[in-house]
Write a protein that binds this ligand. Structure first.
Ligand SMILES: NC(=O)c1ccc[n+]([C@@H]2O[C@H](COP(=O)([O-])OP(=O)(O)OC[C@H]3O[C@@H](n4cnc5c(N)ncnc54)[C@H](O)[C@@H]3O)[C@@H](O)[C@H]2O)c1
Length: 441
């Protein structure tokens, strides 16, 4: 099939590339010229495991093209995906200006019947509104459909190629059939293709994110409670997780959720509810708990140094909002770094992929280190802010030697408290029970 994807970011580039890989002819369109020029030279603007190789191969084989020219990019396409950003607007709701601007351009350039699919996360009613706006301009018939994206950054290719489910929101059965044909190669092992109204599909995406964010805020609150009562949240997790009604997924305490989706999507739902006179008490609480959780690590570090961080050096491992991505949007690590700098501390930071993005914000206000050990060197404490795999089993002897003081704040519970204390570290986890250090002598 001939496909156009408008918006070549984390979602659009993965979508376009995977559809090209399954044999379609795909044009990825973006308004940022630099990005498109770079992609044509083989420069991948984001880090996503396995993506670069796939982009290079499909570009070389001619199935994947890049363009800034929307009019010619969509000319031959049967299906046009809109995957532009829907960031938080000033009123807390989703800013749909990108989606509507693209819709208008598509409508102005329609040269025959096409299916326009909103892939971006959009509030309920956006498909209807887009169709209405496009109809004012378009001179050819078209359908607007919704196809929410559920991929996880860091595992995007896996998620795209083996989705738990594909959801489409359509008004006409023929549109569902066409989309089913497109997704069939990814649904081979009986993965469900779920057809519903655009409104239900739009809502499905938000409800999924609301529940996931709720789980995170829930376990974070319980972790803080565990800590106050000297229970260990890891044991509690084991204790509850075997209950089939509960399970283990998404119940890892940490420094709060970040990223480009949960924070803005939860606020968009709050806005949607309030716009209809409803009081979204749970989502307000989820958001509030999350904001507070980002301060928990800051408080631990500040209290350890008795409020005096001036002149202290703090090593930070992990900057991205989660492992296996370079995305730092709303990353909790940045909240921590801001607080450390504001209190006069120096920061030495390492992340396997996110350093260029963080450098663009902080410049030389923090020291960036190519290797994790570099960030520990001469530091008064080490903070783990993102649980990259390579941080899980370092040479602790080397870490202890490099640190000026063997203090570790483990914001993601990647280390075992008993072992850390045994090795001579002063250890802080998130809701973990930390044994007393062995008596001296
Ligand atoms: N990132 C994720 O993990 C994820 C997962 C599921 C859903 N989503 C949703 O998908 C959408 C896109 O997210 P993203 O993370 O890929 O965003 P992104 O910011 O990485 O990419 C958006 C791209 O759209 C381009 N763009 C914006 N306006 C344009 C226009 N008028 N014409 C052409 N290009 C334009 C931007 O230049 C950018 O390259 C959002 O609605 C988001 O909520 C994201």
């Amino acid at each position: 099939m001939k496909i156009a994807v408008i918006g070549t970011g984390y979602v659009g580039l993965v979508q376009g590339t995977c559809l090209a890989e399954s044999g379609n002819d795909v044009v990825c369109i973006d308004k940022v010229e630099e990005k498109i020029k770079g992609l044509k030279r083989g420069v991948i603007p984001i880090y996503e495991p396995g993506l670069a190789e796939l982009v290079h191969r499909n570009y070389r084989d001619g199935r994947l093209k890049f363009s800034t020219d929307l009019a010619s990019g969509i000319a031959d396409a049967e299906i046009i995906f809109i995957a532009v950003g829907t960031p938080q607007g000033d009123d807390g709701g989703a800013d749909l200006s990108g989606v509507f601007a693209v819709g208008r351009q598509v409508a102005e350039n329609l040269n025959g019947p096409k299916i326009i699919v909103i892939k971006s996360t959009v509030p309920v009613g956006t498909n209807a509104e887009l169709a209405r706006r496009m109809a004012e301009v378009a001179r050819a018939p078209f359908d607007v459909a919704n196809n929410p994206e559920f991929l996880k950054e860091g595992a995007a290719l896996e998620d795209f190629n083996k989705p738990d489910r594909v959801v489409v929101g359509v008004r006409r059965e023929e549109v569902a059939e066409k989309l089913h044909e497109l997704y069939a190669p990814f649904l081979r092992t009986d993965r469900p293709f779920l057809v519903m109204s655009p409104e239900s599909a739009e809502m499905t995406k938000y409800v999924a994110n609301c529940l996931l964010a709720t789980k995170i805020s829930f376990i974070n609150e319980m972790a803080n409670l565990c800590e106050a009562y000297k229970a260990d949240v890891n044991d509690v997790r084991r204790g509850i997780g075997h209950d089939q009604r509960i399970g283990f997924h998404f119940l890892h305490p940490g420094v709060g959720y970040g990223g480009s989706c949960f924070p803005k999507d939860i606020r968009a739902v709050i806005h949607m509810a309030q716009s209809r006179g409803l009081d979204p008490r749970m989502m307000l609480a989820v958001d509030e708990v999350n904001e507070a959780q980002k301060q928990v690590l800051v408080r631990k570090v500040t209290e350890h140094f008795q409020g005096d961080l001036a002149g202290k050096t703090i090593g930070v491992w992990g900057l991205a909002f989660k492992p296996r991505t370079d995305d730092i949007r709303e990353a909790p690590a940045l909240v921590l770094i801001d607080a450390l700098l504001a209190q006069g501390a120096q920061v030495r930071a390492h992340d396997p992929e996110a350093i260029p993005n963080v450098r663009a914000i902080y410049g030389d206000r923090i020291t960036f280190c190519d290797r994790p050990y570099g960030a520990a060197e001469g530091a008064d404490a080490l903070v783990i802010a993102t649980e990259w795999n390579e941080f899980r089993n370092p040479d602790f002897e080397v870490v202890r030697r490099l640190l000026r003081r063997p203090v570790v704040f483990d914001g993601r519970n990647v280390f075992e408290p008993d072992r850390m204390v045994e090795m001579g570290f002063t250890y802080y986890g998130m809701g973990r029970l930390v044994p007393e250090p062995p008596a001296a002598g």
